[in-house]
Ligand binder design. Structure first.
Ligand SMILES: [Zn+2]
Length: 194
């Protein structure tokens, strides 16, 4: 699902593939009243299979799902910092330290061809699946799209989204969320002035 925003620009498909993968991952967390969808091995297995990262028959454990949720929390914290969330800024150093340390478990190798060079996971299985998330992050960073991955600032939403605004100033995943927040701000201003 993509949401067009004011001043939206088309992003190159490869950028969208990397951002879709990362957003699909962070949006397995509860958002907008939707429940947690990364509860255990089955959920992770199904998600990896849907993302084309792993055979549905492959071995996935509950510990892998717990690792996925931890990794997801770190991505979410970074995306919250991209949205300028204050708690994102406070918890950011810990999330960065965690994700830098954990990245050693999911090494990437360069895949060179006449067309170019891209980073791909060095391992197969679940570890390779997690590695693909780091490869997607590296791809987006190289294309200047990393800071555009954000979490919606509407507290009743908190969905991950790709900010397509021209000046990277988007704070909400959809017009519905920005309208709701504008109405809320208006009501609070009216209450103060009354
Ligand atoms: Zn939203």
């Amino acid at each position: 699902m993509t949401t067009q925003q004011p001043g939206a620009e088309q992003c190159p498909p490869s950028v969208c593939h990397s951002s879709d993968l990362l957003l699909g991952f962070v949006n397995t967390a509860p958002w907008g009243g939707n429940p947690e969808t990364m509860n255990g091995a089955e959920d992770l297995s199904a998600w990896l299979a849907r993302a084309g990262l792993l055979d549905a028959e492959a071995d996935v454990t509950g510990a892998d799902a717990a690792a996925a949720r931890e990794l997801r929390d770190a991505f979410i914290m970074i995306f919250r910092a991209h949205s300028g969330c204050a708690d994102g800024q406070d918890a950011l150093p810990a999330a960065e330290r965690y994700i830098q340390r954990i990245a050693q478990r999911y090494p990437l190798v360069s895949q060179l061809s006449a067309e170019g060079c891209r980073l791909v996971p060095a391992q197969d299985g679940v570890l390779g699946g997690f590695g693909a998330l780091f490869a997607a992050a590296a791809d987006l960073a190289a294309r200047g799209g990393w800071a555009r991955l954000k979490m919606c600032k509407d507290p009743s939403c908190h969905r991950g989204f790709f900010d397509k605004t021209r000046n990277s100033s988007g704070l909400y995943c959809s017009t519905a969320c920005s309208t709701r927040m504008a109405a809320r701000a208006y009501r609070s201003r009216s209450k103060k002035s009354a």
